[in-house]
Write a protein that binds this ligand. Structure first.
Ligand code: ADP
Ligand code: TMP
Ligand code: MG
Length: 188
């Protein structure tokens, strides 16, 4: 039987990584055979752990691109129940095809990442995985400006480049609601 694809999205600080860690704990308690992956690019807290903003963590394999996930999972053929991938927004678009192959081989896949950049543009790799998912979970955060629990987007406070790939945390990004985002980004 095929595995199931779950995709968890939302702005920064919305609990995406925390949700991934809860699922990892559930599979671990059930003695399931799992592997956790994260992209090499994001080494904010740790290079070999998935770490949430509240400090919870789980060991993870650092990979450069989606083909490395394929390679590692192929070597474990028939020996895995689930894989978990954090920060899918940093992966190449081949991730969709590779995840679909893994699901067809009977392995559950949990993917977590940003749906929108600070420019309010979808990350294509996340959008594609959402389209193929069995279940999509949209998380929200507390709006840094108005304090309501309705932040669905991320606002960049400062940044040297125009790039939509820009690693950082609280010094650079805040989670905001749609209305506060509009006010913050209004052109005079
Ligand atoms: P994500 O992976 O979506 O960025 P994490 O799971 O790493 O989120 O972190 C969630 C944690 O971030 C919360 O449990 C809380 O402790 C902290 N946090 C910081 N700022 C906020 C905010 N504005 N709204 C909600 N949680 C926040
Ligand atoms: P987080 O969702 O787990 O908080 O991590 C998001 C990471 O993505 C963080 O390193 C900041 C980075 N980022 C971008 O590269 N581009 C963006 O547009 C946004 C919003 C975040
Ligand atoms: Mg995270």
């Amino acid at each position: 039987m095929s595995g199931k694809l779950t995709v968890v999205v939302g702005p920064m600080y919305s609990g995406k990584t925390s949700t991934l860690l809860s699922m990892i704990e559930i599979y671990t308690l059930g003695k399931k055979r799992i592997k956790v992956f994260k992209p090499v690019i994001d080494d904010r807290y740790s290079s070999d752990h998935v770490v949430s903003h509240s400090g919870q963590m789980a060991e993870a394999i650092n990979v450069y691109d989606s083909s490395e996930i394929k390679e590692i999972v192929s070597k474990e053929k028939g020996k895995l129940d689930a894989i978990f991938i954090d920060e899918i927004n940093f992966f190449d678009e081949n991730l969709l095809r590779i995840v679909e192959e893994i699901i067809f081989s009977g392995v559950d896949v949990f993917c977590v990442g940003l749906d929108l950049s600070y420019k309010h543009r979808p990350f294509a790799v996340t959008a594609n995985l959402m389209a193929a998912a069995d279940e999509v979970i949209k998380k929200k955060a507390v709006c840094h400006i108005c304090g309501e629990y309705n932040a669905t987007v991320t606002h960049r406070i400062s940044g040297p480049t125009d790039s939509e790939i820009d690693i950082g945390g609280m010094e650079k990004y805040i989670a905001v609601c749609r209305d506060c985002y509009k006010k913050l980004n209004a052109k005079d």
